[in-house]
Ligand binder design. Sequence first.
Ligand code: FMN
Length: 391
Amino acid sequence: MPDPSPGFYDTNDLREAAKKRLPKGLFEFMDRGNEDEVAMRENRAVMERIKLVPRVLNDVKTRSIETTLFGKTHGMPVIVAPTGSAGLAWHEGEIALARAAKAHGIPFTLALGSMTKLERVAAEAGGTLWFQFYMWPERKLSHQVIARARAAGFEALVFTVDTPVAPGREYNLKNGMTIPFKFTARNTIDVLRHPRWLAGVWLRYMLTTGTPRYQNFPQETQTKITALPMGRSSNFCADITWDDVRELRKLWPGKLIVKGIQHAHDAVKAADCGADAVVISNHGGRVLDASPVPILTLPSVLDAVGGRITVIVDSGFSRGAHVVKALALGAHAVMLGRAPLHGVAAAGEAGALRALQIYRDEIDRVLGLIGCTRLNQLTREHVDMRGVFGG
Ligand SMILES: Cc1cc2nc3c(=O)[nH]c(=O)nc-3n(C[C@H](O)[C@H](O)[C@H](O)COP(=O)(O)O)c2cc1C
């Protein structure tokens, strides 16, 4: 695949470009964690302390990083994670991300909190599409949205369960990034200092479809991002339980994925309720700052579910080597949140393509460097955890 956007050598280059292009409040909303950002730092620190152990003198001339998920072959073992703000990072950024995912032959997960209608993403991007949602307190509203995703041909439903109440993100309050969004002197100056974003994203929406809104919320709850939230539009649902998963299993004939699992017993419960997969995730350190590091929870989940369901992991995978570590520990695939989002914020579809190309190159290179030609040759023997646990 030709390099669509040279000059970005690693995902950090894309992050730096996104930081320049976006208003500070929006960049921090996309990039930061919550409270003291311990979870986010730990995700990264642990990833660095896990080592890969090369096995040498294997012929690694011909390599493949293709993988199979739910019986379908994909170009590489990563999935674009749902990120609610992609449509604010770039005009209709969700379509750009979905197209990039399709070009790389991997699934794209559309977040419920997107600015672009799910039907348009399906029609204009296509590819393997997954739909993420949070439950509304009024269940039938969620069920209506799910029916739309089904009609539009989404392959999987990703039920995010880690945010029953609103997380603590003080920086958003300091930056005036509240929901509903309010223009204040501070954030207006911030926006005016970023004319490329103002013209290319905000004004483009205003001149075409008007103030961005949560296009996938049910009609009754659809609000502009600047509008007052109505009681029914709140989608923090504090009373979700396993009954909801069982109910979804009845409603959704496609693949059902429970995202935000952090304990082996919960992964087993998800399997018992009929889920096809779980995503072990601490939401990129954005929800519970005291949460464990997902890649460390992975082995216990795999042991507990014993091959009954697909196990995906995310949070802190900023390099292809990190993906290889998770696969060697037994994960089936890794979800990527911030990296593709930074890519799309930096340069739209070209930036998203570049972000995914960086992972492709890095996974392929690391595979060769540790003496493997295929992902199914990776084993726990390739991973050295002594830097994490001692010994
Ligand atoms: C800006 C932003 C918005 C997000 N929005 C959602 C969302 O709407 N639903 C969801 O399940 N996860 C959401 N996430 C979490 C991601 O799906 C994913 O779990 C996380 O970003 C993975 O960590 P990483 O960013 O270190 O790759 C969001 C993450 C970010 C950074």
